[in-house]
Structure formats: C-alpha cells, structure tokens
Design a protein around this ligand. Structure first.
Ligand code: PHE
Ligand code: ZN
Ligand code: ZN
Ligand code: ZN
Length: 282
C-alpha cells in the first residue's frame, strides 16, 4: 500500500475550509456549502476515472446528497465500501468533523488510480449527507439497496474524525457493536502496528454512519481520533498530547477549522486507511 502524503490530504482540507468560507461558514445539510463540497469531491473523482453518482434525498425540508464513487473493475459480487460523512454542523466548517475522514478517503481513492492498483474485489467510496441530523444519508443509501446488493458488500469501513488536535488512536471494537468485524478490526490494528502506533479499541455504538451498514448485517470497522471525550493520563503517556483535555476541544464548534487538525494523526490514519484497503480488496 502507498504511504499517503499528508500534504495532499491537507490540501483537500483547505478546499473544504474555502468552501465553508464562501458559503456562510459551514458545510451543513441544506446549506450551499454542502452541495459545493459534493461537487468539488465529485470533480476530483471524475477526473481520476471513477464512476460517480449523486443520490439525493429529502430531510428536514431540504434536499440532501450522497456522493458514491466506484473504482473501475474488481469482482462486482465482492464489494468493499469506504465511507464518511461530508456534512458539517451549522456551527462551523467541520474540518476535523468530518473534513478529515472525507479528505483522507478522497486521497486514498486518488492514489488507487495513481498507483494503478488492480484489486480483486470491487471498491466503492461513499460521502454521506446529513450524518449530523441522525445518519440520514447513509441510512438512505443502505435502504436504497436490494437485499442482493447488500449481500455483495463484504465490508464497510467508516472514517469520522481522524485528525483530532489532541488525538487518540482508536479502532472500532468488533465486539463493541452490531456487525463489528474482527477481521477488519485486526487489519486496522495491523496497519497501526506497521507504523509503530499503539491503539485502543473503542465502542462507537451507533454514533456514525457505520451503524446503517451494521443494521443491514454488513461487517463494519473504522478508526477515530476522539471527540468530546477527555484524554486520560495513561493515554497522554502513550500518545503524547494533553491529559485532562478533550481529544477535540472544537467538536461541533466554530473553531473546527484547518487549525483544528493534528497533521500526524491525520497522516497516520490516512496511511492506515490505505494499508487496510489494499489488504482487504487485494
Ligand atoms: N459521529 C459523531 C459526529 O459526527 C462523531 C463520532 C464519530 C463519535 C465516531 C463517535 C465515533 O458528531
Ligand atoms: Zn503518510
Ligand atoms: Zn459531528
Ligand atoms: Zn462526525
């Protein structure tokens, strides 16, 4: 798997920040900064040869959008999906939550093409709308699939908040939630081990878009660098950073800007995303 260049991921975050700045300061469901985010990500994927589709839905009196991108080739009966939510809350630009996961899977997608990766399995990416309103976009997507199409999805990997400023390195616990996959958990852990980063397991329950896939019985996994929870002294020993402080003090706040990113955490998670995709889809 390629080592993802974090400068490229940060450049994508700068784009999300610019989009928010030009659209009232956020990228929230039903606001113009959301659709501008979809259109920008779509243009990058179209230029790289992905087959893209925008799926719309209605929620709270506004139109929402999921962006779905298929990498050409691979076994259509064995599909690996990587996703994260592209919407922010209305309070701010949502650069860590979830520009970070969105930009990281975008860069991994672009590197599939750049490196000429030809996986055995079919690979699909999803950028979900209206997560912040209750996992609306991802739920709409899963509900739109036939039971046959659902059964073809062998893995769903979720990335929501991967660059927290006072980061932890959490892997979704297979036993901590419905449809948790031990194989995916262990592959994500192996990715961190390969770059000498210690991890902890976390039970994220139904707090992000993996929950929609889990309800459909699809094996899920993911990584997370922490939100409103506070870093313990033992965690600060292990990972550095500040004990007693939130992993992300700007969670759901106006200060969730490009300044609210730990570049090392962003880079490590992007590298682990690539490692895990290459190992899962090869
Ligand atoms: N989904 C939460 C949000 O967007 C953040 C979160 C991600 C919480 C992953 C737990 C695990 O606000
Ligand atoms: Zn890297
Ligand atoms: Zn959020
Ligand atoms: Zn989120």
């Amino acid at each position: 798997a390629p080592n993802i260049n974090v400068a490229n991921v940060r450049a994508h975050l700068n784009q999300f920040q610019s989009i928010a700045n030009a659209n009232g300061g956020n990228r929230a469901h039903g606001r113009p900064g959301y659709l501008a985010s979809v259109n920008w990500v779509k243009s990058k994927l179209d230029a790289a040869g992905f087959t893209t589709r925008v799926q719309s839905f209605t929620y709270g009196g506004a139109t929402g959008y999921n962006l779905i991108a298929d990498y050409p080739g691979g076994d259509a009966n064995n599909v690996v999906v990587l996703g994260g939510h592209l919407d922010s809350v209305t309070a701010g630009p949502g650069i860590n939550d979830n520009g970070s996961g969105s930009a990281s899977i975008l860069e991994v997608a672009l590197q599939m093409k750049a490196t000429g990766f030809q996986p055995t399995k079919h690979v699909r990416f999803g950028w979900w709308g209206a997560e912040e309103r209750g996992l609306i976009g991802s739920t709409n997507y899963v509900n739109s699939l036939s039971s046959t199409d659902k059964s073809k999805i062998k893995a769903y990997l979720n990335f929501d908040m991967t660059g927290s400023p006072n980061p932890g390195y959490f892997v979704y616990s297979a036993s901590g939630q419905p449809s948790g996959s031990l194989a995916l958990q262990q592959r994500l852990q192996a990715g961190f081990t390969s770059i000498n980063v210690q991890t902890e397991l976390t039970s994220v329950g139904g707090r992000s878009d993996h929950a929609a896939f889990a309800r459909a019985g699809i094996p899920i996994g993911g990584t997370f660098t922490g939100a409103e929870g506070r870093k313990t002294a033992a965690q600060a020993q292990k990972w550095g950073g500040t004990a007693g402080q939130a992993f992300d003090r700007c969670y759901h706040a106006s200060c969730d800007t490009t300044s609210n990113i730990n570049a090392t955490a962003l880079d490590r998670n992007a590298d682990v995303i690539a490692y895990t995709l290459w190992a899962t889809a090869a």
